[in-house]
Design a protein around this ligand. Structure first.
Ligand code: DOR
Length: 429
């Protein structure tokens, strides 16, 4: 099957990144970026006219919850990866808060089989750090899962003692895999469920302190320096965390981090008394949001992940205090970041492609194209319409999850098509 993609602006990863107008040829699972259509006598099976659209290396999300095995009612590998394709993602990495938790190869195989059978885009799982996955028990059988996973995480829970984290880092380093940490000191939570700030105070809610996040980040960057382990911090949300990571990078620690669209766009003063505004870590203050944006601009924050965390409507229907933590994100991330960061001139479109595609691929050694500049690459690509105006409607999501604080918002920028291994997985009709 030969497909011609005509007249698009194609991402080349030179310098700060650039878009170059040209045609691309997809021939089975490969893409030829320096293809000369004018000179060719090629017959095509399909031609897409893509004037004013971007073609980029497909988005990569290193932090999603696809809920299988164990929580099929919230999401499945099928629906979660359909949501990924809908959002322009060609690879997602799935968190291990599952049942059974992937704490040994036998348990992980349950998930690997479902991925093999049902996934419509590339899925690379995480295995747990601890046996229970709750940051407290003895270490998991990390050696058995290592060859099949992107790294180790107890996401959803922080690793509660420095000794346990140090042990985990030493094992991860020996296996040449990163520790990917949800940082949350549970002794500092005080029953909180939204940010401990102005909104919580004004509305008599219990707050989650910023300290509960950054004290563990501070502990872990020291441990990463001591052990030499490759270390990545999940969903950073506080200004203190940005500073700690900035300093750690300056002193040569092998650390990276992600934040999520909602922390860059909303503050606690945007909260409403609805479960769709509740996630962990919580949406923080204006100062935190500004520090995160600064971190994006100066490279302290390496990538943007969604923390796509679907729950049932019932679980999200109990207001801020009683709903489950987590919102969906795969199907809205590009539009939101394009609207609130690119269109407002905070970052360039090229920088957004680096944050959502190139940087996660490079940091985690994920297969797929880093540039569409030259040579022949695996055709994991996404076509974007950066100017399309549309309204987010959670009823249209492929995900089973519907909870997003952005439901009903008008946004600019839409995914037009997603190809994985040269196969069209999503096409906007
Ligand atoms: O909001 C969240 N939801 N944060 C997490 O860390 C876990 C996630 C989930 O699994 O629902």
């Amino acid at each position: 099957m030969k497909t011609l993609l005509k007249n698009a602006k194609v991402f080349e990863n030179k310098g700060k990144g650039q878009f170059v107008k040209k045609d691309l040829l997809i021939d089975s699972d490969k893409l030829t970026p320096d293809f000369d259509n004018e000179q060719s006598n090629c017959l095509y099976d399909r031609v897409f006219e893509l004037k004013n659209k971007y073609i980029i290396p497909g988005f990569v999300d290193v932090h999603v919850h696809l809920r299988e095995p164990g929580f099929f009612y919230k999401e499945s590998i099928r629906t979660g990866t359909l949501a990924g394709a809908h959002g322009g993602y060609t690879t997602v990495c799935t968190m291990p808060n599952l049942n059974p938790p992937p704490n040994n190869l036998k348990n992980l195989e349950v998930q690997l089989e479902i991925i093999d059978r049902d996934a419509v885009i590339n899925v690379i799982p995480y295995a747990t750090i601890t046996m229970s996955g709750n940051g407290r028990s003895e270490l998991a059988d990390m050696a058995s899962t290592a060859p099949y996973v992107i790294g180790f995480s107890d996401d959803g829970r922080g690793v509660q003692t420095g000794d346990l984290m140090e042990e985990a880092m030493l094992v991860a380093k020996s296996l040449n895999k990163p520790i990917v940490a949800h940082c949350e000191d549970e002794s500092l939570l005080d029953g909180g469920y939204i940010h401990k700030g102005e909104y919580a105070k004004d509305n008599s809610h219990r707050g989650i302190s910023s300290e509960s996040e950054w004290v563990q980040v501070a502990r872990d960057v020291e441990l990463a320096a001591k052990t030499g382990c490759k270390y990545h911090v999940c969903h950073i949300s506080t200004k203190e965390t940005v500073d700690i990571i900035r300093q750690a990078k300056k002193s040569g620690v092998d650390v990276s981090c992600e934040t999520a669209p909602h922390y860059l766009i909303l503050t606690d003063m945007d909260l409403k008394e609805e479960g769709r505004f509740k996630m962990n870590p919580p949406i923080r203050s204006m100062e935190d949001r500004e520090a995160l944006i600064e971190g994006i601009k100066d490279g302290t924050i390496d990538m943007i992940a969604t923390d796509h965390a679907p729950h049932s409507s019932k679980e999200k229907s109990r207001g801020l205090e009683k709903s489950a933590f987590g919102i969906v994100g795969l199907e809205t991330s590009f539009a939101l970041l394009n609207t609130y960061l690119v269109q407002k001139g905070i970052i360039t479109p090229e920088e957004l492609v680096k944050l959502m595609s190139i940087n996660p691929r490079e940091r985690f050694n994920i297969p797929g194209p880093r540039t569409l500049g030259e040579g022949t690459v695996i055709c994991d690509i996404t076509v974007l319409d950066p100017n399309k105006i549309w309204t987010i409607d959670s009823e249209e999501f492929m995900s089973k999850g519907r909870a997003t604080p952005f439901d009903g918002d008008e946004v600019v920028g839409k995914v037009s098509a997603t190809f994985v291994g040269g196969i069209l997985k999503y096409l906007e009709v």
